[in-house]
Design a protein around this ligand. Structure first.
Ligand SMILES: *Cc1c(COP(=O)(O)O)cnc(C)c1O
Length: 389
């Protein structure tokens, strides 16, 4: 259990933008939005040369754009990686990694509870000859036993989607390295401030920057961070050709969101933990799935974000709906990581079997704790629990 979150002071400076090259833009403190599709070159020879290095030189905004590049530099610094590439969405980044690094006949291993659309994309890749497994048991031995001779990629989510369970990320990364397998971790939940997968041997870190990194529910973006070599491969084969480009204006908003990331993450940690603790002693709540309350240690985390789930003491979809609909301080909707609190419940009444296969109880409600006063959120939740008779 982490009482107080730890954030590296150098990360606070990076988020605030202290490495930004303001004087190359006449001292503009906010980086300019370079709103252009292409970059004209002084002569044909320069253009021919630039076209050989679209990652390193601005030729066309589907490749490199200075406003986007500024955010990529920042994210690479925060993740302690050599390089980073921004995408037009988190799924763009996921598709970029899987598309660039896997070929027919190869195997992909998912560890933990994985974001639904990522699994759906893997199911599509099966038609193109890429096979996959998803190991839900989180003991390292069990995970390693599921590795096959043709496994090329291990994809982790820790804490996992919906259940928020953690596992030994460093041990899995080292098992991958011994076998020449690329290890990837979707770090959207923790943000680079609370978990730095690359420092424990993970090769590639993926984010939905739509969530905490952007932080204001006003943009859609994704990121892949890793070595120059791997990010270069993904740039050429998973980005430039697949076209999930981040627009300069959205990159500007993402950069602005990053400036307050440390402040927001501290508050999400504090309020999330306060609300989760209060919920854990309520009679109509069976379980609270928060990494700080489940007892397992999570050595790679230095703080908790504000996203967790509870299991209401019910099997009835009508109870789940009454509970959610009576909340006043939580908006009902998908996504998370913004300033406002959000709520969603996966049980629809007709999908009990599917949820059971995924280990998700019917009474599950997911809460994204925003920046509102925690005591008001608790008061609201108390009222909603009162509707469960
Ligand atoms: C939202 C999300 C994604 C996908 O990101 P988009 O920006 O919505 O495309 C990937 N992984 C996780 C864990 C997410 O929550």
């Amino acid at each position: 259990m982490i009482e107080r979150p730890t954030i590296d002071p150098s990360d606070e400076m990076t988020c605030l933008g202290h490495e930004e090259a303001v004087f190359s833009h006449g001292g503009a403190l906010a980086p300019p939005i370079v709103q252009t599709s292409l970059f004209a070159q002084p002569d044909l020879a320069t253009l021919s040369e630039a076209l050989l290095d679209e990652q390193g030189r601005s030729v066309y905004t589907r490749g490199r754009n200075p406003t986007v590049r500024a955010v990529e530099d920042k994210l690479a610094r925060l993740e302690r990686t050599e390089d980073a590439k921004a995408f037009g969405s988190g799924m763009g980044a996921v598709a970029g990694v899987l598309g660039a690094l896997l070929s027919a006949g190869e195997h992909l291993l998912f560890v933990g509870s994985i974001y639904g659309p990522t699994l759906q994309l893997a199911a599509r890749l099966r038609r193109q000859g890429v096979d996959y497994d998803n190991v839900l048991g989180l003991g390292v031995e069990q995970i390693v036993d599921t590795i096959r001779p043709n496994t090329r990629l291990i994809w982790m989510e820790s804490p996992g989607t919906m259940t928020f369970r953690t596992f030994d990320v460093a041990a899995v990364a080292s098992a991958a390295r011994e076998r020449g397998i690329v290890a990837v971790l979707d770090n959207s939940w923790a943000s680079p401030l609370f978990q730095k997968p690359a420092t424990v041997g993970v090769d590639l870190v993926v984010h939905s920057a739509t969530k905490y990194l952007g932080g204001h529910s006003d943009l859609v973006a994704g990121v892949v961070a890793g070595s120059r070599e791997l990010v270069g491969r993904i740039f050429r084969e998973g980005f430039l050709l697949q076209g999930a480009v981040l627009a300069p204006f959205d990159a500007f908003l993402l950069n602005r969101g990053l400036r307050t990331l440390p402040l927001r993450m501290r508050r999400h940690h504090e309020s999330g933990l306060a609300v989760a603790r209060w919920l854990s002693v309520q009679s109509r709540v069976r379980q609270v799935f928060h990494p700080g309350l489940v007892g397992a240690s999570s050595p790679t985390l230095s703080g908790y974000s504000g996203l967790f789930s509870i299991e209401l003491d019910t099997e009835q979809v009508s109870d789940v709906r009454r509970f959610v609909d009576s909340l006043r301080s939580f908006r009902i909707g998908v996504s998370w990581g913004g300033v406002e609190s959000l709520v969603i419940a996966p049980f629809r009444g007709d999908n009990a079997a599917q949820l059971e296969r995924q280990g998700i109880p019917r009474g599950t409600v997911r809460l994204s704790i925003g920046l509102e006063p925690a005591e008001l959120l608790i008061e609201d939740l108390a009222g909603a629990l009162g509707t469960l008779r």
